[in-house]
Design a protein around this ligand. Structure first.
Ligand code: ARG
Length: 461
């Protein structure tokens, strides 16, 4: 056999070659190498302080691990699939480099608490990166929303023109969705940043370890309080995949709007040449492929969440090898979220709105009919009756092939004698949006207040 297994002692024959390949994960989990080394160094320091290993042995281990980190980052490290995973590849190399002290590193530790520790360190960094990416997109949204605070566009329900809104208000709705995503990630971080190291294989260890010390060295807030749970819990991965799946679903909804806003039929926005691609056959095409891919890539995020949930279902305590399958969904959810947010930030800051088209679209479909009903209510009619009356006015306008605001005063007055010539003030697009002047409303002044609140919140992060 080319390489001795670190656990080979009780085995009389070699591992089947296919089994070796089937159980190996180093090609995936080598991505945890940096965290594995941070965890091992914290563990070694603690063992030395507790007198389990000597100061000299500890220093040899720390230096050896530093050297391995350099080898890995310079792509000089020789990964061996027969050593299964990142943990045993690094430990075997350490012993090669420093001899006896390397063999002592695994005292009072198991790969079970080791991998749980590595994964929590990875997930903590992943949360911090995605949170920063979200903040970057939110900042771009605030800039664009500020520019578009007064631009009129149609607000839709059922994909039908409903009421006029301001474009800034629409963009701030996207902001609000992403803000909850940011909050979910920061709440998830509390449950991620807990050290399982010291749980050992499942029952803890008889050595006089100091779990708080190694936890603090690694920047964890606290230690896990049950060793069985410490090695088997992957809730934090589920939570990360869940928070990012929901975030990617939000990005998908945003992307969908960009797709149809940029189509010729709508023409509200130009996404810019840098964020579109062409067709191999139709020379005139400029396709919103980036937005479509953001929409499409949400499927991966949802898939990763489902994989993690199914992975955990049915696992008895404590550690089972099933857990080795947690890494690909976690890594992919991170990479996918990171890439989508980065490209979206660029695309949003590049958008050019076509104000004429948005305004023209808002002006059709009798979009201020609710404003007319509200006008009648102000003049004493009950809302349900006002709704009925305006319905009649819309029918009249439709039969003449015009918009509600195009009906003459005498035509409107023949529908209700409560209508006076000030009615045209409420039938205009500006009159409509300006009247919705309360917290959460679409009036430009409210959009500006929402932007100011958001800026203050982002500055406090
Ligand atoms: N490669 C394993 C994983 O990712 C490490 C832990 C293996 N532990 C064990 N007892 N086989 O989960």
């Amino acid at each position: 056999m080319a390489t001795e297994k670190l656990w080979g002692g009780r085995f009389a024959t070699d591992t089947d070659a296919f089994v070796e390949a089937f159980t190996a994960s180093e090609h995936v989990d080598r991505r945890l190498a940096r965290y594995d080394i941070i965890g091992s160094q914290a563990h070694a320091r603690m063992l030395a302080v507790r007198g389990v290993i000597s100061e000299a042995e500890c220093n040899a281990i720390l230096d050896g691990l530093d050297a391995i980190l350099t080898e890995i980052s310079e792509d000089r490290f020789e990964w061996k699939p027969e050593l299964e995973d990142v943990h045993m590849n690094i430990e075997a190399r350490l012993t090669e480099l420093v001899g006896e002290p390397g063999k002592k590193l695994h005292t009072a530790r198991s790969r079970n608490d080791q991998v749980a520790t590595d994964l929590r360190l990875f997930t903590r960094d992943a949360i911090d990166q995605i949170s920063d990416d979200l903040t970057a997109v939110q900042q771009v949204l605030l800039e664009v929303a500020d520019r578009e605070a007064e631009s009129i566009m149609p607000g839709m329900t059922h994909m039908q023109t409903a009421q006029p809104i301001t474009c800034g208000h629409h963009l701030m709705a996207w902001y609000a969705m992403l803000n909850r995503d940011w909050q979910r990630l920061s709440e998830c971080r509390y449950r991620v940043n807990i050290s399982p190291l010291g749980s050992a294989a499942l029952a803890g260890t008889g050595f006089p370890i100091d779990r708080e010390m190694s936890a603090e060295t690694m920047g964890f807030d606290s230690v896990s309080l049950n060793s069985l749970d410490g090695v088997s819990d992957r809730d934090f991965v589920v939570e990360f995949c869940s928070a990012t799946a929901l975030m990617n679903v939000h990005l998908s909804r945003i992307a969908e709007e960009l797709v149809f806003w940029s189509s010729q039929s709508f023409g509200y926005v130009d996404l810019g040449d840098a964020f579109c691609t062409g067709s191999s056959i139709m020379p005139q095409k400029k396709n919103p492929d980036v937005a479509e891919l953001i929409r499409g890539k949400s499927s991966r995020a949802v898939g990763n969440l489902v994989s993690m949930l199914v992975l955990m279902k049915g696992q008895p305590l404590a550690y089972n090898r099933d857990n080795q399958e947690d890494k690909e969904p976690l890594f992919d959810s991170f990479d996918n979220a990171h890439a989508c947010l980065q490209v979206l930030a660029g695309m949003v800051s590049n958008m050019k709105f076509n104000h004429e088209k948005m305004r023209a679209a808002a002006a059709i479909g009798h979009s201020t009919a609710t404003d007319l009903a509200d006008y009648l209510v102000h003049r004493g009619l009950a809302f349900r009756d006002a709704h009925e009356v305006v319905g009649g006015a819309v029918r009249r306008a439709e039969s003449k092939g015009v918009e509600l605001h195009m009906l003459s005063l005498s035509e409107l007055q023949s529908i209700s004698n409560l209508i006076a010539d000030d009615v045209y003030g409420v039938l205009t697009l500006e009159g409509s949006v300006n009247s919705r002047d309360h917290v959460g409303g679409t009036a430009p002044s409210q959009v500006r207040q929402a932007i100011n609140r958001a800026r203050a919140e982002i500055a406090s992060r």
